[in-house]
Design a protein around this ligand. Sequence first.
Ligand SMILES: O=C(O)CCC(=O)C(=O)O
Length: 374
Amino acid sequence: MQNQILVQEPQTKSPKTTTSATMLVPVCNSERCANQPVRMSESSADPPFKIAYKNLLEKVGDTVQNSMLVVEECELPLIDMKQLELGEAERKACKKLIAQASQQWGFFQVINHGVPVDVVEKMRSEQMKLLRKPFQEKKALKDLNLSAGSYRWGTPSPTCLEQLSWSEAFHVQLTDILDSLAQNSLRWSMEQFALAVCEVAKELAEILAEEMGGETGIFKERCLPKSCYLRLNRYPACPTYSHIMGLMPHTDTSFLTLLHQDNVGGLQLLKDGKWIAVKPNPHALIINIGDLFQAWSNNLYKSVEHRVVANPVKERFSAAYFLCPPRDTVIQSAQIGGAVYRSFSFGEYKKQIEVDVQSIGHKVGLQRFLLPTQ
Ligand SMILES: O=C(O)CCC(=O)C(=O)O
C-alpha cells in the first residue's frame, strides 16, 4: 500500500487547497475553549458552570436525554505489550491484535507498556494539586509559564444540554514544558510522563504503519514530543444535574491518543451506532486512533467518536497525550482502492477546525477533506 507523509507542504497548492497552513493558536482537540467572562462570587476549584449554563439548565431541566443512554459497559480489547518482546510468533500475533482493534474499535488498551508506575503516579498527584487550585488562580496561570489559552473549561456557546461540557483542562503544548530543568515539580512530572508515553505512542504508530503496509520510521522521525500535546483533564462531580456531559462527543485531531484515566469511569465510545461505557483498568493506557491516522490509512483505522459523562458524586481525572506531527506535515491517504481524502497539511486541518468551531460551533473534521466520489 503506497502512502506518504511529506515533510514540507508543497509550494504550489492544488486548486482545491484553499486554506493556508500557517501557524495558529492551538485549538483543543475536543474544541471546547469557553472562558467566557463570568463574575465569580466564591473562590472554589470548580469553574462557574452553573452561572455560565444557567439559562440552558433552567430551560432543559434535569431530564434524561435518549442520546445519553448507554447500552453496555465493556472492556476494551486488551493488548499485552510484553508479547512484543517475546518470539517472532508472539510478536506477530500481538501486532495483528493491535491492527485489528484499530480497525474494529478505533480503541484498545495496553498493559506492560513500559511507562513506570512512579512516573504516572507523580504526574497524577501534581495534576490533582494543579486542578484543585482555585478557579481564578488556574485562569491566571501565574507560576506555570504556559502559552496563553492553555487553561480551558466548559463549552463556549452551548445551545442544548448535549453540548454542555462539565470539565476543565490544561491543554499543554509540549514545547512549553520540555527541558524544564526540574525547576518546577509539576512541569518536571509532565515532562517525564510525556517523554515516557511518547515512546509507547511511537512504537504503536510504527506497528500500525507496518500492518497496513505503509512507510515505517516516519513516526519515530517526525512525531517528536515538541510537536505533541498533553492535556490534563478534571471533571468535577456534577450532583445537581444527572446525565450531564463531562466532555462532548468528538474525535481526536492527532495520529494517536494515549490516555491514562483514574478509576471513576465515564469515558464512552461509539460502536456500531451505540454508546459503550469503557470499564476503567488502572494498569492500562487507553489508545485511540485519531483523525490523521484514519486519513493516512484511507479509512482502514477508525477515528471513533468518544465522550465523557460527568459523575454525580466523584470528580474524575485523566491525562491525554496527543501524538502529532509538525504542522507543515502533509497527510496523503493510502492509494489502494482510490484515496478517500485529498492531501492536507496538519496545519491546514487544525485551521479548518478552528474556522468551523468559530463559524458553526463544532468541528466537522475529516468530512471536509473527502474527495468527490466518481
Ligand atoms: O477523559 C477522558 O476519558 C477522555 C479525554 C478526551 O477525550 C480528551 O481529552 O480529548
